[in-house]
Design a protein around this ligand. Sequence first.
Ligand code: ATP
Length: 259
Amino acid sequence: MSEPLMSIRNIETWYGPINAIRGVSLDVHEGRIVAVLGANGAGKSTLLRTIAGVIDPFKGSVVFDGQTIQGLDPDEIARRGVVLVPEGRQVFPFLTVRENLMMGAVARRDKAGLNDDLEQIFDWFPRLRERTGQNGGLLSGGEQQMLAIGRALMSRPRVLLLDEPSLGLSPLITKDIFSIIGRVNAETKTTILVVEQNAAIALKNAQDAYIMELGRIVAAGLSEELMQKQDVKEFYLGTGATTGADGRMQRWKRRKTWR
Ligand code: ATP
């Protein structure tokens, strides 16, 4: 395979005395959908926040398109094309859907084609078109997630970082959102790094996957290969005690080795 578009090496991130990321390395190849799976508290959000520059790593490097980006301002990292859709959406509640989407294009150097891009977003997310003039705060959870992703896409990212798009959403809406993520990736070749607790839907929709536990990567590979691993089936996909009906991990089980 060619050189990765983004290469993360030995990242270590701390919140004061808490060591949230303990030496993580991963590669993201251009045009792929890459999933990072793990239970609550595994360090997935911290990993994305470290890549996006929201928090600086204590150690390690993030190289994007041949340049080191760790330590840069989050705005600068976004300008270079690495754009985070944070957990919990964070849409502007008192701006309309259209205004929210336009906020995504603020830092864009080329302003040509904004209206075409807006049309494209509405094609992907028809529910947003129906609600163009409504305030962001009045949308449902699923629509807010769509708006947050749409807003990020208005900046024409090269790598879209998605923090738990399924959070708080019904299985049906989650499926919808992942199918749109798949379309965006297929139609624009935008590279996507998505972190998820819902392993089943993430593995189904990503080509490559990593599994994180307690701040470390414990398994990596093609999604379809990981899906066949006994431990992944048992602890992340199964009808086992650790997984609830919505596919989220309810309980934490430790084990020494991976099969
Ligand atoms: P979740 O799905 O709950 O977001 P996660 O896998 O994304 O889980 P993180 O949110 O990255 O995990 O958290 C990793 C570790 O860092 C956890 O132990 C968490 O308690 C801790 N942590 C996260 N944010 C902070 C913070 N702002 N201050 C202190 N500790 C934090």
